[in-house]
Design a protein around this ligand. Structure first.
Ligand SMILES: Nc1ncnc2c1ncn2[C@@H]1O[C@H](COP(=O)(O)OP(=O)(O)O)[C@@H](O)[C@H]1O
Ligand SMILES: [Mg+2]
Length: 133
């Protein structure tokens, strides 16, 4: 988590990320729309993400499943705003991610309203697989 913060700090440097003048957001409800998003990493001859569209409603839980190299991490980087779509758009709660101050977005999106004790249940497959003793 510390490394994510450090990368964020570097990317939020004004030379790299244009946040000035863009409105901030106070909270993230969680409505997401990826619309025909494409991303090709530097020095690659193919797109890591190609024409990717997805709609996720606030409160909905989804899993990205795919083989190694299929683009899951790239999608997460796009969602966090560490990289920008080269084609297509990403909307969060109706805001185009290009049009908002991503610093406020990131501080809002890292909030985790779940109580700590529920985590083992989520990660280990439900209450029956969790031993509280
Ligand atoms: N920083 C990067 N520079 C160049 N290519 C990358 C980089 N990150 C990922 N890729 C390439 O993008 C494709 C998707 O990778 P990735 O998003 O990491 O997939 P996954 O998380 O599903 O394993 C792969 O072909 C990978 O080699
Ligand atoms: Mg990955």
């Amino acid at each position: 988590m510390e490394s994510v913060k450090s990368i964020g700090e570097i990317l939020e440097c004004p030379d790299l990320e244009q946040n000035a003048g863009k409105p901030g957001i106070e909270s993230v409800k969680g409505d997401l729309i990826f619309n025909q998003v494409c991303y090709r990493h530097e020095n690659k001859s193919y797109n890591a993400v190609k024409d990717f569209s997805l709609k996720v409603s606030a409160g909905e839980t989804i899993a990205l499943v795919g083989a190694s190299g299929s683009g899951k991490s790239t999608l997460m980087q796009l969602l966090i705003g560490f990289i920008r779509p080269q084609q297509g758009t990403i909307h969060v709660d109706g805001h185009d991610m290009n049009a908002i101050d991503l610093r406020t977005y990131r501080s809002a999106e890292t909030e985790c309203p779940q109580p700590d004790h529920s985590r083992p249940h989520n990660l280990c497959g439900g209450p029956s697989s969790h031993d509280d003793s």
